[in-house]
Unconditional design. Sequence first.
Length: 97
Amino acid sequence: MIEEAEKRDHRKLGRQLDLFHLQEEAPGMVFWHPHGWTVWQEIEQYMRRVYRDNGYQEVRCPQILDRVLWRSPATGRISAEHVHHVVGKPGTTASSR
């Protein structure tokens, strides 16, 4: 089972297919390559059509936020398994997966 998951590891596939790369200096951030960005945009446009056709409205929020937000009652339903923790100065920030 683990061997199957390793074959489908998005980080490995991203490198092999020249879609994107990740860097230790920017945890949780994707550096898109031209072909990868094209794939991303196609998927994004498809999802926008699906949302619009089903009566949803698109919203956008920051990707990295102070951890205080994740402890608020409004986001209490978000569990730690869905959050990347980034330690930095002056405190810890988190990015939703």
